[in-house]
Write a protein that binds this ligand. Structure first.
Ligand SMILES: C[S@@+](CC[C@H](N)C(=O)[O-])C[C@H]1O[C@@H](n2cnc3c(N)ncnc32)[C@H](O)[C@@H]1O
Length: 809
């Protein structure tokens, strides 16, 4: 901030000019003091899992203690110091931008989710104005709104952070979290949305005590709590700003529709969709009947995937009398694309067809009509081209397919959190397709921001979440902002025991396309509830076509329809993803009316599973596998868990045959002799043993390897045939697919058995195992031999059996 501006502001604020050169760096001249309080515990990114869990416990204690401190008035803050410090921070940020290369030196931020945060549900028109003088720190000002304007340049770390003054000229820090388009944008973008002088009305603002220092902060978590007050807004009637009508150095803003249109076009041409929508929206404030600008905004909303906003704008334009044919055509096409984006394929076909009838020589609508028809067919029949989806997903994760809901429906379910579950509507066969569904939003390692690392600490699960979680939240919020009609799809999901039970039916009907007003959103995005929804419903959608998962950046996705399945460790259906598309199939015959369950986790250790499932279960998991585990007794479970840790730490990789044999025996002894055949950790131990034996090359040990490999499959729940096989007979039972692990594991075991037979020069015995793995893959993911060859391409090549598979399958 230059000295002239400081002096100018000082003059306006009736304060003596301050010299920024004498400002002690990082210090503030506060005119009041907040009573001392304990600082929150400090988190360090290098903390282990246990240390993180301890940190979260300490943080919760601190949070509860802090919550008991009664609300208090905010100290008066010297505006010049505050503005100067903010300007200094901004200059630092500008200097550091682009300085980071590689992962070292990238700033790390921590965000904490799972604690209460107020969001407003009352329109600004129904709220009463409040100023800083009437606000208290540690309080959400329910029933009130704060009118303020920006008096310092913005910074952006996790939040957009700036300084605002109220009408009395009193200043405070403002942090805006979760504002659409600002998660990963540059400072110029932030400046355009939040320029000096921008007037905001903050609905039911929360004044937070600072975590460090003494300055309280207005913290806005929900982007829909911010109303951008445009010139001539009724909110400004009779408002006089103590420091003058304008903020010094505020950028000049266009006053005409045409100037805003041109600005919007310039942003459009440089692919800055959100800013283009912003500029067109300002134009529409000047003239709400400007059909060309509204149609342009529909196009930009399409680029932002704001399909509801796009459809509503296009409908409004088309409902206007006397619009020129060219505009009508263009807008019809936009409406058609918006309906396609909303999954309203019948409506989309109608609009595309209407467009085509007027442009018989133009070929652009035909591919769109074909796409609509393909989606309609998928939705109705559940027939997909799995192979081409797989190939496509290798290039582009997010696929364009329709959802399909098979023979299942949501029903009330006693004893399950949220009170609902999925049930079969008819008798279902093993391998039958139950659901194909796109995520509401998803986030992959490739979506992570380059300029920062955000660590999300989850106070509900007591864990540090995946790095992709913060990106997912941003994606969900952005989608809700531009598609208010989809709000119930998300907010009717289970949000944990602290929220009212969700409605008994799901999904909610799709609303009419709702207009999107960027300055005064018509929807309410409750961030605390959304965080809770994510905690209880997010999936880790590992992709079939991608085996290179970065351990610290696993994908995350919100799949609302799939979120209605309850969990069982020995579930009767399985799920997997091709690209971002989740596919659920029956793993065994399911009688009509029976509950359909999926595994939320496939950990071998009971102790680990219960840790993961803790937040989902009132007591513990009551599935048959956990019941069997519990019958083994605490001591055995503890020993088994310790042995399982050895596998996770890769200690067995370099172990000798003897050591592996001992390990297998130790694991075996942790299962009670009376226990049923499914013993997941034994399967793993036997598999490791089979591999050790196979590596010896000794024919006797190769035979033993075969036996242990088959035992491993039995411990996963496969029935393995004994004795000679008849022609075309498979060596495994085919009435069910075991679900205690991914189908990829047993397929790998079967490939190894086949290889061992080949080592023994017994190809005739090897082939049935390849056929068994084809059956298992096809029942699990469909797609026949073609998809089988794609899914297992790397494994088959590494084991040198690809050509044989091509030949014999
Ligand atoms: C993704 S939701 C599943 C659908 C949920 N039942 C509903 O009504 O929306 C996850 C929540 O369902 C409940 N749930 C899932 N599986 C369960 C089980 N086996 N036993 C009890 N509750 C379960 C838990 O409360 C869990 O947090």
């Amino acid at each position: 901030m230059d000295k002239d501006l400081l002096s100018e502001l000082a003059r306006q604020l009736h304060l003596p000019p301050n010299d920024s050169r004498t400002m002690p760096s990082g210090a503030l001249s506060a005119l009041g003091r907040v009573p001392p309080r304990r600082s929150p515990p400090q988190f360090h990114p290098g903390m282990t899992k246990e240390q993180t869990a301890q940190y979260i416990r300490d943080y919760k204690d601190w949070f509860e203690e802090d919550r008991k401190i009664p609300p208090e008035s905010a100290p008066l803050v010297d505006p010049l110091s505050l503005i100067a410090e903010q300007s200094h921070r901004r200059a630092e940020l500008e200097r550091s931008t682009g300085r980071h290369s590689g992962s070292s030196g990238v700033p790390i931020f921590t965000t904490i989710v799972g604690f209460p945060k107020h969001s407003s549900t009352t329109s600004v028109e129904s709220l009463q104005p409040v100023t800083f003088a009437g606000m208290l720190v540690r309080r959400a000002h329910v029933g009130q709104y704060l009118l303020c304007r920006i008096v310092a340049p913005c910074c952006r770390m996790v939040a957009v952070q700036t300084i605002v003054e109220d009408i009395d000229g009193r200043v405070h820090d403002l942090s805006i979290y979760n504002f659409p388009s600002t998660f990963d944008c540059d400072l110029k973008h932030v400046d355009t949305l939040f320029p000096l002088g921008a007037v905001l009305a903050i609905r039911e603002p929360t004044f937070k005590a600072p975590l460090q220092g003494i300055r309280p902060i207005i913290r806005v978590d929900s982007p829909t709590d911010i109303v951008f007050v445009v010139p001539d807004s009724p909110i400004l009637h009779n408002v006089a700003w103590q420091t003058g009508a304008t903020v010094p150095r505020s950028p000049a803003e266009p006053a005409t529709l045409d100037a805003w249109r041109q600005r919007g076009n310039a942003y459009f041409n440089s692919a800055q969709w959100f800013l283009a929508a912003w500029a067109y929206s300002r134009g529409l404030v000047v003239d709400p009947d400007a059909t060309v600008v509204r149609s342009n905004r529909a196009e930009v909303y399409l680029r932002l995937n704001y399909f509801s906003g796009a459809a509503a704008d296009a409908q409004q334009v088309l409902a206007t009398d006397g619009i020129p044919d060219g505009l009508s055509d263009k807008t019809t096409f936009r409406l058609a694309k918006a309906e396609y984006g909303r999954g309203e394929y019948d409506a989309a076909v109608g609009h595309f067809t209407r467009w085509q009838e007027c442009h018989l020589k133009d070929a652009v609508a035909a591919p769109w009509i074909q796409r609509c028809q393909a989606r309609q067919a998928e939705k109705q029949t559940g027939q997909y081209n799995w192979v081409s989806m797989f190939r496509e997903a290798e290039k582009e994760i997010r696929l364009d397919v329709a959802d399909f809901v098979g023979p299942m429906e949501v029903s009330q379910m006693m004893g399950r959190g949220g009170g609902r579950g999925a049930v079969a509507t008819k008798e279902i066969k093993t391998g039958e397709l139950l659901l194909v569904t796109k995520p509401f939003a998803s986030a992959y390692a490739s979506d992570l921001p380059q300029d920062k690392i955000i660590i999300t600490l989850d106070l509900i699960s007591n864990i540090s979440r995946e790095r992709t979680d913060a990106v997912l939240m941003a994606h969900i919020i952005d989608k809700l902002y531009g598609n208010p009609d989809l709000r119930d799809q998300v907010y009717h999901l289970y949000a944990g025991p602290d929220y009212p039970s969700p409605p008994s039916s799901y999904p909610p009907p799709l609303d009419q396309a709702t207009p999107v007003d960027l300055f005064s959103p018509r929807t309410n995005i409750d961030i605390a509830q959304l965080e809770a929804i994510c905690i209880y419903n997010n999936f880790c959608p590992l992709r079939l076509e991608d085996n290179q998962v970065t351990e610290n950046a696993k994908p995350t996705g919100l799949y609302p329809l799939a979120s209605l399945f309850n969990h069982s460790c020995g579930a009767n259906s399985i799920w997997y993803c091709i690209g971002d598309v989740m596919i659920v199939r029956a793993a065994e015959p399911i009688p009509s009316g029976a509950e359909i369950t999926i595994p939320y986790t496939v950990e071998e250790s009971y102790v680990t599973r219960q840790g993961i499932l803790k937040k989902h279960m009132q007591d513990h998991c009551t599935c048959w596998l956990c019941e069997e585990d519990r019958k083994d007794g605490d001591e055995r479970l503890r020993r088994r868990h310790a042995l399982n840790e050895m596998v996770s730490s890769h200690k067995l990789t370099s172990a000798s045959l003897k050591e592996v044999q001992k390990f297998e025996k130790d694991v075996r002894e942790t299962f009670a002799p009376t226990r049923g055949p499914v013993r997941p950790l034994s399967a793993l131990a036997l598999h490791v043993l089979a591999e050790k034996l196979r590596a010896s090359g000794n024919p006797r040990l190769l035979r033993e390897s075969l036996e242990e490999g088959m035992n491993a499959l039995q411990c996963l729940g496969f029935e393995v045939a004994e004795g000679a096989l008849g022609q075309n007979e498979l060596p495994i039972g085919t009435d069910r697919i075991p679900t205690v692990t991914s189908f990829l594991e047993p397929c790998g075991m079967m490939f190894r058995i086949a290889c061992t037979y080949l080592n023994l020069r017994e190809q005739a015995n090897a082939v049935p195992w390849l056929k068994a793995s084809l059956w298992l893959t096809n029942a699990s993911v469909g797609g026949g031999k073609d998809l089988f060859m794609l899914v297992h391409r790397t494994s088959l090549e590494q084991m040198g059996i690809r050509d044989l598979a091509v030949q014999v399958l």
